[in-house]
Design a protein around this ligand. Structure first.
Ligand SMILES: Cc1cc2nc3c(=O)[nH]c(=O)nc-3n(C[C@H](O)[C@H](O)[C@H](O)COP(=O)(O)OP(=O)(O)OC[C@H]3O[C@@H](n4cnc5c(N)ncnc54)[C@H](O)[C@@H]3O)c2cc1C
Length: 568
C-alpha cells in the first residue's frame, strides 16, 4: 500500500498511461466472455501506436525573438523544441488525444515546451509570452481527459506548453494547524511521500493519482476516490498563489478555509479556472492524520435502486468523517466485471445467486481511521444501514482486490486501444431524487450512439447530503473513423446529461470538450462574469485559449479538439 501511494512511476509514455513496464492486459477468457455476452470483439489485427519518429510534427511556429525571451526567463536548458517533449505535450489522456498520437498525428503539438523552476520564472514567462504574441497552456501531469492541455494557438502567432514539473517541493508544513504549502507540480505520490514522515496525508486519491499534480487538482476541481471521507480537493484548499501576466495574486491563508466574512470567496474563482486566469504557483492545503487502521468490505444489493437508497442514507445519516471514506456502488454490468476480476468473485456470484440475487449490484467500501475502536463503531453504523436496505455481505476480498488494483484501469485502456476497441468514460452528478432518471437516460444515450454491441457500465461514488456522482465506462469495436465516432457519442451523451438535469462534469472539468454545455449550465451572465475576471488578469488573452469559456475571445484554431466544441 505504502508503495502504491508514495512511489512515483516513470514519466508517462507519450501514447498511453504511466510506467511503460506496467502493462495490464485482458485475459483470454475475458475477451471470450465479451464476445459471447456483448458481441464485442477485438480487431483482427493489433493496432499498436506508431514509433515516435513516425509522428508527423509541424515545424515550430515560434520565432527567434520569442525563444530568446523564454530562454532569458528560465534558462536556455529549460526551453525545448525537441520531438519527444513536443509530442508528450501534444494533448492530455483522453481517447481522442491518445488515438491521434497513436495514429501518428502530432499536429496539435506545441511550438515549444518551457519548464520554469520558480514562481518568479513563471511570471517572467507569462510576460515574455504576452510581449511576443505567444499563447500559454499550463501543463501539470497532462492527465486531462477533456482537452484541457490541448495546445490551442487561438489568435496568437505561437503556443507553448508550460510544464510545471520542476515546481515539485513541499515548501512548508505547519504541524499545529495541519497545513502544508505545496508547489503545483507535485504529483500525488510526491505529496504523500513528503507528508508520510510527519504522519500526515492529503487524502486525495483520484484514479489519475500517480500522474496528476496539485495545480491540476485545484484548477479542475478534482475529486478523489476517498472523497466521502476527506472531501473533494477544493474543500481542503486554504490559500492559493496565482501568477498572471498582470503580476501575482495571493488569496487566503490567514484563516482556515471559509473562516472569513471578507466579501465573496474570491479564492473560489481560481478553483476550477483551468489555467485560463493564471498559473497556480503555490497551494496551502489542509492535511489530515494518516490512517493507521483500514478495513474493506463488499456488500451486494438485489437492485441498483436499493443500493442507491442505502448510499443516500450513509451520506445523510452518517455524513463525512463517519460514513466509509471510499463508497462506490456499481450497477449490474460493472458488478459483473468487478466480480470477474476478483479471485473470489465467481464463487461469490454463486453464493449471491443462492441468496436470490441473480443480478447483484456491488458496494465496495473502505474505512480509514487512526483508532481501531472508532473504525469498528463507524463500520457497524454503516452496516446497520446497508443491511436495512436489503444489502448482504459478500467476501471482503472483492473490495480488497478493487482497492489494490484501483490505479490499473488506465493501463487496461491502452491494451483495449491496441486491440482496436473504442473506450471512453463520462461522469456527471445530480441530486439523489434525480439519479435513477439521469442514469437511465445516459445509458440509453450511450447505447443509442455507440450501438447495442457495447459494454456500458456505471457506478455511483462521491456522496453528498443532496446527491452523488455517476461515472460511466463504455466500450465497443472502434469504427473506421474513431474520432468521428467519439464526437458523435460525446454530443449525444452530453445532450442527454444536460436534458436529464445532470452537470456536464462532476470532476473532469470543462476543457475544450465540455464548453458548449458548460456555457448553458452557468448561463450568459455567468459567462460574462468569468470573462470579466479573465480580462482583468489576462487582458491579452494568452492563457489557455479555447478552454472553459464558450467564447472567451480565444476561438480555437483548426488544431483544436475535433469534439463538440466545434458544433453549432
Ligand atoms: C485515467 C484517468 C483517471 C482519472 N481519474 C480522475 C479521478 O478519479 N478524479 C478526478 O478528479 N479526475 C480524474 N481524472 C482527470 C484528471 O486526472 C484530473 O482532471 C486532474 O486533476 C488533472 O491534473 P493534471 O495535473 O494532470 O492537470 P493537467 O491535465 O496537466 O491540466 C488540467 C488543466 O489544468 C490546467 N493546469 C494544470 N496545472 C496548472 C497550474 N499549476 N496552474 C494553472 N492551470 C493548471 C491545465 O492548463 C488544464 O487546463 C482522470 C484522468 C485520467 C486520464
Amino acid at each position: 500500500m505504502a508503495n502504491l501511494l508514495t512511489q512515483l512511476p516513470q514519466r508517462s509514455i507519450w501514447h498511453g498511461w504511466g510506467d511503460p513496464e506496467a502493462k495490464s492486459v485482458l485475459p483470454g477468457y475475458a475477451w471470450r466472455a465479451l464476445k459471447l455476452v456483448r458481441g464485442v470483439e477485438p480487431a483482427a489485427v493489433n493496432t499498436p501506436p506508431v514509433a515516435l519518429d513516425d509522428v508527423r510534427l509541424p515545424e515550430p511556429a515560434i520565432d527567434a525573438d520569442a525563444i530568446e525571451a523564454l530562454r532569458s526567463a528560465v534558462g536556455a536548458e529549460h526551453v525545448s523544441t525537441e520531438r519527444l517533449d513536443r509530442v508528450e505535450h501534444a494533448g492530455g489522456k483522453s481517447y481522442p488525444d491518445l488515438y491521434r498520437l497513436r495514429a501518428g498525428d502530432g499536429s496539435h503539438a506545441p511550438d515549444a515546451v518551457v519548464f520554469p523552476g520558480t514562481s518568479d520564472e513563471v511570471v517572467a514567462v507569462l510576460r515574455a509570452c504576452a510581449a511576443n504574441d505567444v499563447a500559454v497552456v499550463p501543463f501539470g501531469g497532462g492527465t486531462s481527459v477533456v482537452g484541457g492541455v490541448d495546445p490551442v494557438r487561438g489568435r496568437f502567432a505561437a503556443v507553448i506548453s508550460l510544464d510545471l514539473r520542476r515546481l515539485n517541493r513541499l515548501l512548508d508544513l505547519d504541524e499545529t494547524s495541519m497545513t502544508a504549502v505545496l508547489q503545483p507540480g507535485m504529483r500525488g505520490p510526491e505529496v504523500e511521500a513528503a507528508l508520510e514522515p510527519h504522519g500526515l496525508t492529503l487524502g486525495h486519491f483520484p484514479q489519475s493519482f500517480q500522474q496528476a499534480t496539485v495545480g491540476g487538482f485545484l484548477v479542475t476541481r478534482s475529486s478523489g476516490q476517498a472523497s466521502s471521507g476527506y472531501g473533494r480537493f477544493e474543500e481542503n484548499v486554504v490559500a492559493v498563489k496565482l501568477a498572471t501576466p498582470e503580476g501575482e495574486l495571493s488569496l487566503g491563508g490567514r484563516t482556515p478555509t471559509s473562516a472569513t466574512a471578507v466579501g465573496p470567496k474570491l479564492i473560489d474563482v481560481l478553483i476550477g479556472s483551468e489555467g485560463t486566469l493564471g498559473v497556480i504557483t503555490e497551494v496551502t492545503m489542509q492535511v489530515h492524520p494518516a490512517p493507521t487502521e483500514s478495513e474493506q468490505a463488499t456488500w451486494a444489493f438485489p437492485t441498483f435502486e436499493q443500493g442507491l437508497t442505502a448510499f443516500r442514507r450513509l451520506a445523510q445519516e452518517l455524513g463525512h468523517g463517519v460514513m466509509p471514506d471510499v463508497s462506490r456502488l456499481s450497477d449490474v454490468e460493472e458488478s459483473l466485471i468487478v466480480l470477474a476480476q476478483a479471485s473470489t468473485g465467481i464463487p461469490a456470484m454463486g453464493y449471491l445467486g443462492l441468496r436470490g440475487m441473480k443480478h447483484p449490484c456491488l458496494g465496495v467500501f473502505q474505512w480509514e481511521d487512526t483508532d481501531a475502536a472508532d473504525l469498528a463503531a463507524r463500520r457497524k453504523r454503516a452496516e446497520r444501514i446497508l443491511k436495512a436496505e436489503g444489502g448482504r455481505k459478500a467476501p471482503s476480498s472483492i473490495a480488497e482486490h478493487w482497492m489494490s488494483h484501483r490505479f490499473r484501469g488506465p493501463y487496461q485502456r491502452d491494451h483495449l486501444m491496441d486491440r482496436g476497441i473504442f473506450v471512453e468514460t463520462l461522469e456527471t452528478a445530480t441530486m439523489w431524487s434525480n439519479i435513477p432518471h439521469l442514469y437511465a437516460k445516459v445509458v440509453e444515450a450511450i447505447h443509442a450512439s455507440v450501438g447495442e454491441k457495447a459494454v456500458v457500465q456505471a457506478h455511483v461514488s462521491h456522496l453528498y447530503d443532496g446527491g452523488a456522482s455517476l461515472y460511466f465506462t463504455f466500450f465497443s469495436a472502434a469504427e473506421t473513423d474513431p474520432l468521428a465516432q467519439w464526437s458523435r457519442v460525446k454530443c449525444t451523451v452530453g445532450d442527454a446529461i444536460a436534458a436529464a438535469g445532470g452537470t456536464i462534469s462532476h470532476h473532469h472539468a470543462v476543457g475544450t470538450d465540455h464548453r458548449p454545455w458548460a456555457g448553458e449550465e452557468i448561463g450568459d451572465l455567468g459567462v460574462r462574469i468569468l470573462r470579466a475576471v479573465k480580462n482583468e488578469l489576462d487582458p491579452s488573452g494568452i492563457l489557455n485559449p479555447g478552454k472553459l469559456l464558450p467564447d472567451a475571445g480565444n476561438t480555437p484554431d483548426s488544431a483544436a479538439s475535433p469534439g463538440p466544441a466545434e458544433r453549432d
